[in-house]
Design a binder for this molecule. Structure first.
Ligand code: PEP
Length: 233
C-alpha cells in the first residue's frame, strides 16, 4: 500500500485543523498521514486520521526546552513522526547524528518514522548527491536498521517549497540508490502537486509522497492520495 503524508509545517491552528479534517475525504487503497504542528496534534487525532508529529526528541523527558518526547506523542494517540526534515537540518542545527537518535527513540517507543534525506542544490551541482545521501541514509541505518515502521523520504532541498519538482527520472535514480543502501519504502517529497503526482508515483521505486504545500488544502491532498491509490495499489 502506498503512503502519502502531509507535512503542514507551521501552518494551521486547532480551528483550521478541525475544518481540514471535516472537509478531507481520504481514498481507499492508500495509507494517509497528516503531520500538523504540535498544538494541533490532538485535534487531528480526534478526527480519526492517522497523525504524525513533525519531529520528536530522543530522550523520554528532560531539560530540553521546546522539544517533545516520543512517550508524549504516544499518550496523545499520535502514530509516528517525521525526523530530519531539511528545514530542521537547515534552521535548527539538526545533524545526521541527531536525526538518527530521534529515529531510534521514536521506533523504540512504538512510533512510525518518516526520516528525510536529500541533497542541496550546491551538492547536486558539485556531483555530491550520492555522497550526501549515503552519509544521511547510513546514519539512520546504523541507528535503526531495516525496521518495519521506518520509511525514508527523498526530499531534494532544491525542490522543497520551490515549485521545482525533481523530474521523474531524477527521483527514480535517487530512490533506487537510497534503496540500495537501506531496503525500506521511500517517499518522494518536493513540490508534489495534484498535476505532477502521477508521473512521480509511477516510478517503480517511488512508494508514496511527502507533501508540503499541497497538503494544506483538503481537496488537493485528497487528489494526490487518490492518484497514489490508483497507481500503486
Ligand atoms: C516538505 O516540506 O516536506 C515538502 C515536500 O514541501 P513542498 O511539497 O511544499 O515542496
Amino acid at each position: 500500500m502506498p503512503l502519502v503524508a502531509g507535512n503542514w509545517k507551521m501552518y494551521k491552528t486547532v480551528a483550521d485543523t478541525a475544518a481540514f479534517c471535516a472537509a478531507f475525504r481520504p481514498a481507499q487503497g492508500v495509507d494517509v498521514v497528516v503531520c500538523p504542528p504540535y498544538t494541533s496534534l490532538a485535534a487531528a487525532v480526534e478526527s480519526g486520521l492517522t497523525v504524525y508529529a513533525q519531529s520528536v526528541h530522543w530522550a523520554e523527558e528532560g531539560p530540553f526546552t521546546g522539544e517533545i518526547s516520543a512517550p508524549m506523542l504516544v499518550e496523545l494517540g499520535v502514530s509516528g513522526s517525521i525526523v530530519g526534515h531539511s528545514e530542521r537540518r537547515q534552521h535548527f542545527g539538526e545533524t545526521d547524528e541527531t536525526v538518527a537518535r530521534r529515529a531510534y527513540a521514536a521506533l523504540e517507543a512504538g512510533l512510525g518514522v518518516i526520516a528525510c534525506v536529500g541533497e542541496s542544490e550546491e551538492e547536486r551541482e558539485a556531483g555530491q548527491t550520492e555522497f550526501v545521501l549515503r552519509l544521511q541514509v547510513e546514519a539512520i541505518a546504523d541507528a535503526a536498521g531495516r525496521h518495519e515502521r521506518l520509511v525514508l523520504a527523498y526530499e531534494p532541498v532544491w525542490a522543497i517549497g520551490t515549485g521545482r519538482t525533481a523530474t521523474p527520472d531524477t527521483a527514480q535514480e535517487a530512490h533506487a540508490f537510497i534503496k540500495s543502501l537501506l531496503e525500506v519504502p521511500v517517499l518522494y517529497g518536493g513540490s508534489v502537486k495534484p498535476d505532477n503526482a502521477e508521473e512521480l508515483l509511477e516510478q517503480p521505486d517511488v512508494d508514496g509522497a511527502l507533501v508540503g504545500g499541497a497538503s494544506l488544502d483538503p481537496d488537493s491532498f485528497a487528489s494526490i492520495c487518490r492518484t497514489a491509490a490508483t497507481i500503486r495499489s
